[in-house]
Design a protein around this ligand. Structure first.
Ligand code: NAP
Length: 318
């Protein structure tokens, strides 16, 4: 691996999207600082680079000095921090989606970071969920503190460690009936995690991407019901689908929210009321030079393990 003498700092690099970004930055020869609340969580990433190339850094996300220490001497900064639900007093949308990105962007400006990429989410300009409203407010906060920031808005992201397809595949393993919330009509445009990381690289390399917003979607636009259909075909486990109204789903979600990692919250049900597809007028993956990968190329590579008898169940031996 040839080092390029540049330093990148990734916030949320331990997460599903962040670790793919760290991998690609390492492949391109960057020294990658992984800012995280718990450095031990980032140790596994050391294996994706040469010795000393990946540097986990403890960061207190409420302390500007700690953030400044993390981004110091970085050429590029990428923010992949985000949460899907609130919990207790510390896990709050306002802090994670608005105050923290605002602080990171303002520190980046002060210390002279060259390029900043912020991971947002698709459909947030239409949805009334708290997740969406705070993500949108976070974008504005980033833009006002670092006007040249590139904002990426992905639809649901798929890939080996995703929480979306893996969660439904896991549910289909044990539950004979699965819910079609709001009739399963909500549309998604799932995008491959490798393409999202490629978009980050393109945004960092391409001057024209500065100050721009890109909406990232894959080649397939599918309804929630079709998501289940894809899942059934790749896992070989067909389940009954039952229509439930948004109102009833919210009642169910109220109880699920008591769990430490709720599979569904009232706010997520609210998100399902609006489609999650790239706007016709928006700039997208192709504008960044990235060709979107089809779901059916990637899904079988990890959903096969949910087949009865596992991945090699159909392999004939002898
Ligand atoms: N996955 C998707 O389908 C999807 C779709 C659209 C948009 N996005 C956006 O893409 C970004 C990355 O998503 P992801 O799926 O990679 O998320 P993820 O796997 O949950 O990781 C997010 C990161 O956020 C940090 N984090 C978690 N809880 C936190 C808290 N309470 N306070 C502060 N930081 C916290 C963690 O970093 P440390 O523990 O290392 O500190 C974690 O690595 C997010 O902004 C998300 O909104 C994701």
């Amino acid at each position: 691996m040839t080092m390029n003498n540049k330093v990148a700092c990734v916030f949320g690099g331990t997460g599903f999207v962040g670790r793919q970004v760290v991998r690609e930055l390492a492949e391109k020869g960057f020294v990658v600082k992984v800012a995280t609340r718990v450095p031990e969580r980032a140790y596994f990433l050391k294996l994706v680079g040469a010795v000393g190339q990946i540097v986990p850094l403890q960061c207190d996300y409420r302390d500007e000095k700690s953030i400044a220490a993390a981004v110091k001497d970085s050429d590029f900064v990428v923010n992949c921090i985000g949460i899907l639900f609130e919990k207790g007093k510390t896990r709050k949308f306002q802090h994670v989606h608005v105050d923290l990105p605002a602080m990171i962007a303002s520190v980046c400006k002060k210390v002279g970071v060259k390029k900043f990429v912020h991971m947002s989410a698709l459909g947030i300009d239409k949805s009334t969920s708290k997740y969406a409203k705070t993500k949108l407010e976070g974008e504005a906060a980033v833009q006002s503190n670092f006007s040249a920031a590139t904002i990426l808005r992905p639809s649901i992201i798929f890939g080996e460690d995703d929480s979306f397809f893996n969660m439904f595949a896991e549910m289909a393993r044990y539950i004979p009936v699965l819910p079609l919330i709001g009739g399963g009509k909500t549309k998604f445009q799932p995008v491959y995690v490798g393409d999202v990381a490629d978009a980050v690289m393109a945004a960092l390399e391409n001057k024209a991407a500065q100050g721009q917003v890109y909406e990232l979607g894959g080649p397939d636009i599918i309804s929630f019901k079709e998501v289940y259909e894809r899942l059934f075909s790749h896992t070989g486990r067909r389940r009954c689908l039952v229509n439930i109204s948004f109102g009833f789903a919210k009642v169910e979600a109220t109880f699920m929210s008591l769990l430490p990692y709720p599979p569904l919250t009232r706010d997520q049900v609210e998100s399902l009321k609006t489609d999650n597809v790239v706007a016709k007028t928006a700039q997208g993956l192709e504008d960044l030079g990235v060709t979107p990968t089809a779901m059916d190329v990637i899904l079988p590579t990890y959903l096969e393990s949910y087949r009865r008898g596992g991945r090699f169940a159909d392999v004939k031996t002898g």
